[in-house]
Design a protein around this ligand. Sequence first.
Ligand code: FAD
Length: 426
Amino acid sequence: MAAARVAVVGAGLAGLSAALDLHEAGYAVDVFERSRLLGGRATSFIVDGHEVDNGQHVFLACCEAFIAFVRRVGMEEALHLEERFDVVAFRRGVGARLRAAALPAPWHLALSFASYRHLSVGARFAVGRALLAVGRATTFEGNFAAWLSAQRQPQESLEAFWEPFVVPALNAPLARVPASEAAFVLQTAFLRDAGAARFGWCTIPLAHIAGAAARPLNAVYLSSGVAGIEAHRDRVVLLFVGGERRRYDAVVLAVPPPQLARMLGDPARFGLPNLHAYEPWPIVDVHYWYEGGKTDFAFAALLESPVQWAFSKGEGYLCCSASAAGEIMTLATEAVAERCWDDVRSTIPSLRDARIVTSAVTRNPYATFLPPPDAIRPSAQTAHPRVTIAGSWTATGWPDTMESAVRSGSTAAQTLTDTLTRIGSV
Ligand SMILES: Cc1cc2nc3c(=O)[nH]c(=O)nc-3n(C[C@H](O)[C@H](O)[C@H](O)COP(=O)(O)OP(=O)(O)OC[C@H]3O[C@@H](n4cnc5c(N)ncnc54)[C@H](O)[C@@H]3O)c2cc1C
């Protein structure tokens, strides 16, 4: 019997992860990607002769599926993982360090937190009390701001701890972050395993990871936008933007909610009624090539600044990232670069006299997606047996991250296999 033919729509990490699993399971796999680039949101491109990421991406040591994915595609050497959690946070020119000690979780950070100078002693106790409550609680309802308010967190702990650490991790203001997702991140990264929160990043531009993932696949079509699908009892037909039609035994649609809604036409028929209610949150990154200054950190948090994190990406190259970017998202490019640079120079002492040689701004209005309040993220199986979905925004147990994308792809591939076996198509 010929191998079942399956199509994967979307060559982000979710689509590539699904396609690799399906290819290894013996299916004939075609991948269709609307863009000319591989990697989706985790990609890179050339700006003024520099290859820059579509925004700085980091992962934590607990992102096991993402790390395994990179290893599987032969790019493990392109990953850097810190030996311990070690973060410097700057406020108005003053730095404070949070560094894990050789103690079991959650005590590994207690010593360094006890001397975290951006918080008064009372605020440090308040944060410690709330972290222990996160560790004890089993259910979380509502948003994280309300949960913190119930834990009587003072304003200074919000400004110098919760906002700088939780907002970039979940890319939304505390009042919009589901308390359950914030708790998941805190428990997984900080409260269970002393090594889990170690930061990691790719040492090469992100599109190269996606490129390596696509290499074993026989048929990856770029600049091939899928406009819609026709799902029948015995097949699925993909309808392409140019008018072409292609028939498959089953499909994995690995695209974000707005594109999925358009492709399905009537999402409710597929058991996905509220795709339009998924809320996109933006991220802005400013890439600076500078001279006349230096950094002695790989990455640093900036307090009281629209830039939450700055990453030293090489000699004279700093990438600044603004999550849940509100106001600066709408500023003109030069104004964004100037505004963030002023902040960087007044916040990081060793860059006070630095001068920009050139800069680039990358804006991502749809960087991550949050489900509507109290909605449950959808699983891989739609109401149609031959149509499976994947994506970082689906129900993987993780927030919208690279880890979630990779997990969702594997789950979609397994779901599709199980379903085709059940209905006798393989
Ligand atoms: C600036 C920025 C910073 C981020 N920082 C981090 C971070 O530090 N850590 C982290 O873990 N995550 C981070 N993320 C989130 C992470 O990038 C995403 O969660 C993940 O890459 C999403 O993968 P995906 O495959 O689910 O979706 P996508 O990457 O969005 O892939 C979907 C693909 O489908 C394609 N597509 C859409 N419509 C069609 C169509 N009609 N036909 C064909 N193809 C189509 C798209 O072009 C895209 O390539 C960041 C995102 C951004 C933008």
